[in-house]
Design a protein around this ligand. Structure first.
Ligand SMILES: C[S@@+](CC[C@H](N)C(=O)[O-])C[C@H]1O[C@@H](n2cnc3c(N)ncnc32)[C@H](O)[C@@H]1O
Length: 256
């Protein structure tokens, strides 16, 4: 799946670099507030993409590193850091499930709009725990399925649009997996996103065939389920947008 993510995001890196949804979408201020970064922090942003979260953290922390599997995304991140003259940010290649850092390197780990690509969320959580010092925190922003029952439908929908999508986990899975990794669930909020269908499909390079498949998949839901899934239809029943709930959660790493 990391190969698939690298291929998908290397191909569409230019579009992500200018995407306002990624640069400044509503989960970012919530993530920053829950993370409460300070000058003492050494931060790691996992699956940093074009660096939006790492670059937003930079002015508040001692140093921040961003890792990603897609080299073209990292090139945009480095260019932007240079343009903004942020000298305490570094970007390097790295896999969320095997982070290239010694134990206890960081006081803050973040990952935004990315864990739905990770094949083994338990491995990422174990890695985040390992690279955090005791007393550190992990702050995640990721899209969730509104109910466990809708996950299979949602994953098909997301994967049609972006083959590197792995799983849109409901909040119950996040709670269970983060507890199993040893984290304390300190606080969470759900940031609302409304994504226009045309923008959303163009962003990931969907072909007309894929757009038709997405519309056909949307039509498999009855009216009540479509509403539950957050689909927005016009008067002719045409899909125009969808709501994507974004879980933002702060997990604390207590213990040794
Ligand atoms: C939507 S983009 C990231 C957005 C970015 N975090 C932000 O705040 O704007 C998702 C990123 O996850 C990366 N990715 C996917 N799987 C990964 C993995 N296993 N390890 C590291 N990066 C990964 C992709 O290459 C892509 O750059």
């Amino acid at each position: 799946m990391t190969d698939r993510s690298a291929a998908q995001f290397n191909a569409h890196a230019d579009r992500y670099a200018t995407s306002e949804v990624h640069r400044a979408g509503p989960s970012l201020p919530v993530l920053l507030r829950l993370a409460a970064p300070s000058r003492e922090d050494r931060a790691l942003d996992v699956a940093t993409g074009t660096g939006n979260t790492a670059l937003a953290l930079a002015p508040s922390v001692q140093a921040v590193t961003g890792v990603d599997v897609a080299g073209a995304m990292l090139t945009h991140a480095r260019d932007r850091a240079a343009r903004e003259e942020l000298g305490n940010v570094t970007f390097r290649s790295g896999d969320a499930e095997a982070l290239p850092f010694p134990d206890g390197t960081f006081t803050l780990v973040t990952s935004r709009h990315a864990p739905h690509h990770f094949t083994h969320l338990d491995r990422f959580l174990a890695e985040a725990w390992r690279v955090l010092r005791p007393g550190g925190r992990l702050v995640i922003a990721d899209q969730i399925s509104p109910t466990p029952d809708l996950q299979a439908w949602t994953d098909t929908y997301q994967r049609l649009r972006d083959p590197s999508h792995h799983a849109q986990r409901p909040i119950q899975d996040w709670q269970a997996l983060s507890a199993a990794a040893g984290f304390t669930w300190t606080t969470h909020e759900v940031a609302p996103y409304r994504l226009p269908f045309g923008w959303w499909t163009a962003q990931s390079g969907c072909t007309p065939t894929t757009v038709a498949a997405l519309r056909a998949h949307a039509a498999t839901l009855g009216r009540a389920q479509a509403q539950e899934a957050g689909l927005i239809l016009d008067g002719n029943g045409q899909l125009t947008a969808h709501h994507e709930p974004m879980l933002v959660v702060r997990l604390d790493r207590h213990g040794r």
